[in-house]
Design a protein around this ligand. Structure first.
Ligand code: AMP
Ligand code: ZN
Length: 482
């Protein structure tokens, strides 16, 4: 069955057909992090969603080029650099490194290319020059360059493709310099911002004088440089529809005259008590906050992957405990399957019913087919998890009835591996204790060595409260998930 996706551009569910005439190559761009702080798990919901799209397209046999930019120069960053009295690279480098580390912790496949805006100033300037040459952008008195919405519309293009905008009130020549603005302030937006004293050392030379690029034009330039003027998929959180993505379309189509992106996908927000998780509201957790509470990247990934991407999802710590329990069910089933798959563990004559119907192999093909049937339907991940847990229940029944041969059990494990190439939650053997847990274990060992058993017992209790048991083996202590 073919994959269907909700395209924000057409506001409808459409069959996914790549631009590649051979139907094989897929170009996908997801707006990446603005590296002025640690990403919160609301941001991570969007990046895990992008990872799901990439993994599922790969599962379907496409060859995906996944591009995610690093926004390392924009308004918030300049402010951060100024406040930290740091250099741009020093300031952004710290958060970029943290982002890459978090990406790994959440087992997100690393995008094939991660261009930095500051390393793409030349293509950004070239794009702005094209817009100026076409009469769609103009230089203002201060040396900044603005995109003219009036001229863009005058050339027959539509501004307001991803959402309905009221442009009747648009006053020609009115401008907005800020990278972020709302629908009420639709106006000509900045492509190039002339240097001001507050920018410090953050500026580059350009045909319009010293300055720096606006945020929106960075993504247009980097995506088209790598994926070409027209590519298949562009993703981001729903807040990016306007102005960021609308402006990306206008800049790109205004410069090239070709369609920019075939399918626009937007992920819904992660909420906390009904409100968007965000830095400005202060209601956020970073990934590190949750790891420090003893949760694993795997549990957090699972939770972020439970709801359909177009539905808002309320984040709670109870939800993470639920994720732990759900994963334990999957792990237990896998553990038993692994045991059953060892040929010597169950001679064929112990199978019951002897020689009777064994639907292990049938079960396997059903798991992958049911799973991908759910995801083909606009990436209906909650339905896909439903299929996984149905499979767990069925498999447990067969295991209890002793009706799976070693071959059947191995086939089920192969099926699991296949769908896990999409889910990315791995096998229990791959679980690593987070750093905070390992540190506690080390402190316990030190206390035992010092014969401070009161302290070592207290640490053991703390570990238990965080969901980890310590087993003292001949080879030293081992951590186990409770
Ligand atoms: P930023 O680093 O602020 O540019 O954001 C990175 C990505 O996270 C963007 O695609 C945003 O749309 C997305 N995002 C921000 N807040 C949330 C949230 N609460 N839930 C889901 N995605 C979000
Ligand atoms: Zn972007």
């Amino acid at each position: 069955m073919g994959l269907k996706l909700f395209n924000t551009l057409s506001r409808s569910i459409q069959e996914f057909t790549p631009l590649d005439p051979a139907g094989k190559q897929v170009g996908m761009y997801c707006c990446g992090p603005t590296v002025y702080d640690f990403a919160h798990i609301g941001n991570w919901r969007t990046f895990v969603f992008a990872d799901l799209v990439r993994r599922y397209l790969t599962f379907k046999g496409y060859t995906v080029t996944h591009v995610m930019n690093i926004t390392d120069v924009e308004d918030k960053i300049i402010k951060g650099v100024r406040e930290a009295k740091s250099t741009l690279r020093e300031f952004t480098g710290k958060y970029e490194a943290a982002f890459l580390e978090d990406l790994k912790t959440l087992n997100c496949a690393r995008p094939h290319q991660m261009p930095r805006a500051t390393e793409n100033i030349a293509p950004i300037i070239a794009l702005i020059e094209k817009l100026v040459a076409r009469g769609i952008a103009y230089k203002a008195a201060d040396g900044s360059v603005y995109f003219s919405i009036g001229n863009y519309r005058g050339s027959g293009c539509t501004y307001g493709r991803l959402l309905k905008l009221n442009l009747d009130e648009l006053r020609v020549g009115e401008r907005v310099a800020s990278d972020e603005y709302d629908k009420e302030s639709v106006a000509d937006f900045a492509l190039w911002k002339a240097r001001v004293p507050e920018d410090g050392d953050v500026f580059w030379p350009s045909p319009w004088g010293n300055g720096r690029p606006g945020w929106h034009v960075e993504c247009s330039a980097m995506s088209m440089k790598i994926l070409g003027p027209t590519f298949d998929l562009h993703l981001g959180g729903e807040d990016l529809k306007f102005p960021h993505h609308e402006d990306e379309i206008a800049q790109s189509e205004g410069a090239t005259g070709s369609a920019f992106v075939k399918y626009w996908l937007h992920g819904a927000f992660l909420l906390v008590e009904g409100k968007k998780m965000s830095k400005s509201l202060g209601n956020f957790f970073t990934l590190r906050d949750l790891l420090a509470k003893g949760f694993t990247g795997r549990e957090i990934r699972y939770l972020l992957l439970t709801a359909h991407y177009r539905e808002t999802f309320n984040f709670t710590l109870e939800g993470l405990h639920g994720a732990r329990a759900a994963l334990a069910r999957i792990d237990e089933c896998q553990g038993k399957l692994r045991e059953a798959s060892r040929p010597l563990s169950r001679p064929p004559d112990t199978l019951s019913p002897p020689g009777g119907e064994r639907d292990g192999a049938r079960g396997m093909s059903k798991l992958t087919a049911d799973f991908s049937g759910a995801l083909d339907d606009d990436l209906n991940i909650s339905a896909a998890w439903g299929e996984v847990f149905k499979w767990v229940t069925e498999t447990n029944k067969h295991l209890a009835a002793n009706s799976l041969s070693a071959t059947d059990a191995a086939a089920e494990l192969t099926a699991w591996d296949k769908i896990d190439s999409v889910l990315g939650i791995g096998a229990p053997a791959e679980i690593e204790a987070p750093a905070v847990i390992v540190t506690l274990l080390e402190a316990r060992q030190a206390a035992r060595k010092a014969k401070d058993f009161k302290k070592s017992d207290a640490i053991r209790d703390e570990l238990k409260a965080k969901g980890w048991a310590v087993e003292d083996t001949a080879k030293g202590p081992k951590l186990k998930r409770i």
